[in-house]
Design a protein around this ligand. Structure first.
Ligand code: HEC
Length: 150
C-alpha cells in the first residue's frame, strides 16, 4: 500500500467517525424555570453589572444560552453541553433569588483570578472578555462596594 492509499483510508475512517459521532449527542436537562421575582432583576440592581453578566456569563450561567450551529456538532456539542450543564448547576442567573455571601465571594475570586469567563470560551467569543474596568466593577459589586452610577 502506498502512503497515498493509506492516507485515503485514514481520511475516510476519520470522516466516518465524525459522521457516526453525530448520532451521539449530549443530553441537556431542561433548566429549572424561574419563579416570579427570580433572576438578574432579583439579585442585580446595577444596570452596568447586569449588562456585563449577560454579555460575559449568560451562555453558561443562565437559561438564555445562545447555541451557535457548531454547538450542535459532535464532539464540540459535548464540550459545550458540559460547560452549560455544570455552569448552570453552580450558578444560574435566570433562577437565583438571592446570592449568598459565599457565592459573592466565589464570583469575586473567579473574576479576580481571571478564571471566568473560561479562556477557551473567550477565544471563540472575544466579545465576552472582561475589560479591566468590567472586572473591577464586578469585583466591587461582589464585595458590596459598588461606586454609585454617574
Ligand atoms: C463557557 C462557559 C462559562 C462562562 C462563559 C462562564 N462560566 Fe462560570 N463556570 C463555568 C463552569 C463549567 C463552571 C463549573 C466549574 C466546576 O464545576 O469546576 C463555572 C463555575 C463558576 C463559579 C463557581 C466557582 C467555584 O468556585 O465553584 C462561579 C462563581 C462562576 N462560574 C462565575 C462566572 C462569572 C461571574 C462569569 C462571567 C464573568 C462566568 N462564570 C462565565 C462555565 C462558564
Amino acid at each position: 500500500m502506498t502512503s497515498k492509499q493509506l492516507f485515503r483510508i485514514l481520511a475516510a475512517a476519520a470522516a466516518g467517525a465524525v459522521i457516526v459521532a453525530q448520532f451521539f449527542q449530549p443530553e441537556i436537562p431542561a433548566p429549572p424555570q424561574p419563579k416570579p421575582g427570580a433572576g438578574y432583576d432579583a439579585v442585580v440592581t446595577d444596570a452596568r453589572v447586569k449588562t456585563i453578566l449577560r454579555r460575559a456569563c449568560a451562555d453558561c450561567h443562565s437559561n438564555d444560552t445562545v447555541w451557535p450551529w457548531y454547538s450542535h456538532i459532535s464532539p464540540v456539542s459535548h464540550m459545550v453541553a458540559n460547560d452549560v450543564v455544570r455552569g448552570r448547576r453552580q450558578l444560574n442567573f435566570s433562577t437565583v433569588t438571592s446570592l449568598s455571601e459565599d457565592q459573592m465571594g466565589e464570583i469575586h475570586d473567579v473574576v479576580n483570578f481571571g478564571d471566568m469567563p473560561p479562556k477557551a470560551y473567550t477565544l471563540i467569543h472575544p466579545g465576552a472578555k472582561l475589560s479591566p474596568a468590567d472586572a473591577e466593577l464586578l469585583k466591587q459589586w461582589a464585595l458590596g462596594e459598588l461606586p454609585p452610577q454617574n
